[in-house]
Design a protein around this ligand. Structure first.
Ligand code: C2O
Ligand code: CU
Ligand code: CU
Length: 492
């Protein structure tokens, strides 16, 4: 990776309109003479390869992931130095089912230490891939656990302390689909009518290098080139009457406010932590970094529709950008009808007298007045607890993610959340000046020495310390749990 190119500041962004680059209609187009070039949205959407290893007789699914450096043609005709899993950019889609014993073999061939965190997966803290499980260059990490959670769309990405923003920006991210024994009545042909869409914004120099510093400025990267599964200006050929889109905001900071150009309605059937009890019809959906949603979109023969992100007034959603075009064939295969009840997950209900913990996100990217210290345990939670976490944002835009939990949003500034936010989640937007109250279901894997993380998922903020650590321990042992972490923080 050419670090100098990578860190070249956006002073070079004035060069982005030069011939050879199909430019989008970013917020910077106003600075260039003449109208922005027309968008063509014709590149075939890349579908990340599916890794769905056979289950052995004793129920093990063994996955192999290699972190590597490579080159990618992200913009037409230009080569970009990138990082990826098993390939030069992004990673395969992992697929496994509830009850599977997962055996990961993760090799790091990068010149830097990294980690791999399974975001949205509920598992023992030592397997979580947070900052305390570094994989040194040349080393192999082999976490194992038994999957035990409802069907959902999770993902994986590095989590090295202070370097997550750079590792993700260079391309390290992938999806992790979790199935369960139920038939949810949803389209399920991977890449045909069940389609992952990893949404990311980037900046490029004129010669195609990744541009911008993910640790500079208020939010790090707010790019002006939109990639979907690493495809610039993509098109997806629709062959069925209805398509299930698994949307992941894999961006460093951008919020997507998703709409179709023809304002067609779609049904939200799932979000971060699982499928919904009832589909929610809408024409718009917002996703902040780390959030996922599953939606069903209906098409008529010959339809042509563009999914876009539009500026909704929130600074993180600045600019209007086309993301992907859908073109429907003249004859479409029949699809299942929209299920009335995609899943029936029990509501997360805090007991009377539930523990309430309060977190204030402050302007200097700390939580409750202090930045993350990898050696400090901030909270100790009894296994299996349902608690109320109250997150207050006094500062600029933030969101909030908790490892190893499912939560439901109780209220935002005292008001019930919108219907689409009703399901299980693990990441939530916390708008400026607001308080979001969460009912949090903690897991049952205990470890008094390995913490889980909670943090803002704007990666620039996460890296600069808007993060805390919690232990999950045997109920009754909270007071004797250590408040420091023995392992020395890893240096990058
Ligand atoms: Cu997606 Cu702590 O992360
Ligand atoms: Cu996570
Ligand atoms: Cu933040």
């Amino acid at each position: 990776m050419n670090r100098r190119n990578f860190l070249a500041l956006s002073a070079a962004s004035g060069l982005l309109g030069t011939a050879g680059l199909a430019a989008g209609c970013g917020p910077d187009t106003g600075r260039r003479p003449g109208p922005p070039p027309a968008l063509d949205l014709s590149a075939p959407l890349r579908i990340p390869p599916l890794l769905h290893p056979e289950r052995t007789a004793d129920g093990v699914r063994a996955f192999e992931l290699t972190l590597l450096a490579g080159r990618s043609e992200l913009l037409p005709g230009l080569q970009t130095d990138t990082w990826g899993f098993n390939g030069p950019f992004l990673g395969p889609t992992l697929r496994a089912g509830r009850g599977d014993r997962i055996a990961m073999t993760v090799r790091n061939t990068l010149p830097a230490a990294s980690t791999v965190h399974w975001h949205g997966v509920r598992l023992p803290a030592a397997m979580d891939g947070g900052p305390h499980q570094p994989i040194e260059p040349g080393a192999v990490w082999t976490p194992t656990w038994t999957l035990d959670q409802p069907a959902t769309t999770a993902w994986y990405h590095p989590h090295p302390h202070g370097a997550t923003a750079q590792h993700v920006y260079r391309g390290l991210a992938g999806m992790f689909l979790i199935d369960d024994a139920e038939d949810h009545g949803l389209p399920a042909q991977y890449g045909v009518d069940d389609v992952p869409l990893i949404l990311q914004d980037k900046k490029f120099t004129a010669d195609g290098a990744l541009d911008g510093d993910p640790l500079k400025g208020k939010y790090g990267i707010l790019g002006d080139r939109m990639l979907v599964n690493g495809t610039y200006q993509p098109r997806f050929a629709v062959s069925t009457e209805r398509v299930r889109l698994r949307l992941l905001n894999g961006s460093n900071a951008r919020m997507y406010h998703l709409v179709f150009d023809d304002r067609r309605p779609f049904q939200v059937v799932g979000n971060d932590g699982g499928l919904l009890g009832a589909p929610v019809e809408t024409t718009e959906l917002t996703l902040t970094p780390g959030e996922r949603a599953e939606v069903l979109v209906g098409f008529a023969p010959g339809d042509d529709a563009v999914l876009r992100t539009e500026d909704n007034g929130v600074d993180l959603a600045a600019g209007d950008f086309d993301l992907i075009r859908f073109t429907a064939a003249d004859r479409l295969q029949p699809s299942p009808t929209v299920p009335a009840r995609p899943a029936a997950l029990p509501p997360i209900v805090p007991p009377a007298g539930a523990t309430v913990r309060r977190f204030t996100l402050d302007a200097r990217n700390g939580i409750n007045g202090r930045p993350m210290d990898p050696a400090r345990i901030d909270e100790v939670v009894p296994a299996g607890a349902v608690e109320i976490w109250e997150v207050r944002n006094n500062a600029s835009s933030h969101n909030f993610h908790i490892h190893d939990v499912a939560f439901q949003v109780l209220d935002v500034n005292g008001h019930a959340p919108p219907a689409v936010a009703a399901g299980y989640k693990d990441t939530v937007f916390v708008p400026t000046g607001s308080t979001v109250r969460l009912a949090v279901q903690f897991g049952r894997d205990v470890d008094p020495t390995a913490p889980y993380m909670y943090h803002c998922h704007l990666l620039r903020h996460e890296d600069s310390g808007m993060m805390g650590q919690f232990l999950v321990v045997e109920p009754g042992t909270e007071d004797s749990a250590p408040r420091t972490v023995a392992t020395a923080p890893h240096r990058h």
